[in-house]
Design a protein around this ligand. Structure first.
Ligand code: HEM
Length: 475
């Protein structure tokens, strides 16, 4: 009969430590000498451990968030293709961008796809087939025709914003925190358009500054969440009261999500009552048949109805899935657009010549300041358009690299054959700041997007990314 010797606590700890050290050692040896990417250039530390990325994202000086610049430095040192982490390659070659991203057969890299806190959304969807299926029904909602409905909402909110600025700030001689005001504007527009229910930040005291704090702090833990994705699940599972204690601003965010969830529950119940809740029914909320080109149809009432009306199967129409799909619009569209508006304001105020040109253009189509022309007219104004583009080039609000992989084929870059399933990425920031394409790249110069120069500038202008994973809210 075998006899068991009971282990002391000290022996258990020693055994666990020894196992961890052995595991780390074996993993490191594998990554350095046997990994399919072992021959690709790059720093040994980056190939050996993910803590290298963590360090540059979070700890490296002068302030956190240096990862994107560190990758640029790596390219200067090692060339256009670099192994930037144990499993990932980065390419720095603007002309390869479309090769990597325009194919419809790229999966997102599962490891880093859930950091936005909405794992069921298209933005987090890994396989390209599922991404395509989920994105198709959302097309009409964000199409040109969909945006026509949005114009009325935007006009109402902008009126509310300007009225609030006059009353609360100009007339009282107070300084306006422009970023706060724009976050209130974008959140009210998105919630009204997507959920059919405005969050009313514009009518709140001082434009609800807590939401600006929430939207900013939302992205700060991303480097930590990338290393420990379980944190998102833990946060989601916590009761709201606990989150409130840990971080009152985050409680606001999660409270907002739970409100949206209740709305989703009501919409699903409504469909079930009408007997149209199952998958595969291609009828819209007003009984229209789904035609073959989904982008040409009028959008449904809310994004919830859009998903429910689609021919997606029943497992795609669950409460958590639709909540994630809807709520990611707040995450993806709120602060990006607010920041862009704030940045445009900054650049125009610090470049009076361009401010004058934009004002002249607007005066030419708006003789009466209180009568706004249709957005189609404003969209055609060249200087205004160039200022918007130059702002989005010089300070693109989305700086993360979109990590994709081809699960079926090897890719080829110059003399390199990239094994299939290798996560790859390219940085939009380094393309927008490439002096070969945009001369004197840190200078705000909208003339790059006017006349002859515009052809080259437009070819490399990609703040909304490109290909099948580009921005859904771009229009
Ligand atoms: C100036 C404003 C905006 C910029 C610069 C911007 C930029 C981007 C970029 C670069 C991506 C790709 C990022 C990635 O996959 O990691 C993206 C994706 C996305 N954006 Fe935007 N965005 C803006 C506004 C909006 C708005 C207003 C909405 C909707 C209300 C929106 C909804 C989305 C969604 C849903 C995705 C995921 C698309 C997919 O994975 O298929 N965005 N955006």
């Amino acid at each position: 009969m075998p006899s068991f010797v009971p282990l002391s606590w000290t022996s258990c700890v020693l055994l666990a430590t020894a196992s961890l050290v052995a595991y780390t050692l074996i993993l490191t040896i594998h990554r350095l000498f046997f990994h399919p990417l072992r021959k690709f250039p790059g720093p040994v530390l980056a190939a050996a451990t993910y803590w290298y990325e963590f360090y540059h994202d979070l700890i490296a000086r002068p302030f956190p968030g240096q990862g994107v610049y560190n990758i640029e430095r790596l390219h200067q040192r090692y060339g256009p293709i670099v192994r930037i982490s144990p499993d990932e390659l980065s390419v720095s070659d603007p002309d390869w961008f479309d090769v990597l991203y325009k194919s419809g057969r790229r999966n997102k890299w599962a490891k880093n796809s859930k950091a936005n806190g909405s794992p069921g959304s298209i933005a987090s969807t890994v396989p390209y087939q599922l991404h395509r299926a989920r994105r198709a029904p959302l097309g009409p909602f964000f199409s040109k025709r969909g945006i026509d409905n949005l114009e009325i909402i935007i006009r109402q909110k902008v009126d509310q914003l300007t009225h609030g600025i006059e009353e609360g700030y100009m007339n009282r001689g107070r300084i306006l925190p422009v970023g706060v005001a724009f976050t209130a504007l974008t959140l009210d527009v998105i919630s009204d358009y997507c959920f059919g229910q405005s969050w009313r930040c514009l009518s709140a005291e001082d434009f609800a500054p807590e939401w600006k704090r929430v939207m900013t702090s939302l992205f700060e833990p991303v480097p930590i969440v990338k290393q420990f994705p379980i944190l998102v699940r833990i946060m989601e599972a916590l009761p709201l009261k606990v989150i409130q204690r840990l971080d009152p601003d985050m409680a606001l965010f999660h409270g907002g999500k739970r409100e949206v969830q209740k709305q989703v529950e009501r919409v699903i119940a409504e469909y079930e009552d009408r007997g149209t809740g199952g998958g595969g029914l291609a009828k819209s909320s007003v009984g229209r048949e789904t035609k073959t080109d989904p982008d040409e149809q009028a959008p449904a009432r809310t994004i919830f109805h859009t998903v429910m009306d689609s021919s997606l199967p029943a497992e795609e129409k669950t409460v958590p899935r639709i909540t994630d799909e809807a709520y990611v619009m707040v995450v993806a569209g709120g602060e990006t657009t607010a920041k862009t508006l704030t940045n445009i304001m900054f650049h125009l105020l610090t470049n009076p010549e361009w401010l004058g040109r934009v004002r002249d253009e607007l005066d030419s189509v708006m003789p009466d300041r209180n009568v706004l022309p249709h957005y189609g007219v404003i969209e055609q104004l060249p200087c205004l358009g160039a200022c918007i583009k130059e702002t989005l080039r010089i300070s693109a609000p989305v700086t993360n690299r979109v990590q994709v992989l081809d699960a079926e084929h090897e890719l080829v870059y110059n003399d390199w054959v990239i094994p299939k399933e290798t996560p790859m990425s390219m940085s939009v920031v380094s393309i927008h700041m490439d002096p070969q394409i945009f001369k004197n790249p840190y200078k705000f110069d909208p003339s790059r997007f006017l006349g002859e120069q515009a052809k080259v500038s437009n070819a490399y202008y990609m703040p909304f990314h490109r290909g099948f994973r580009n921005c859904l809210g771009m229009k």
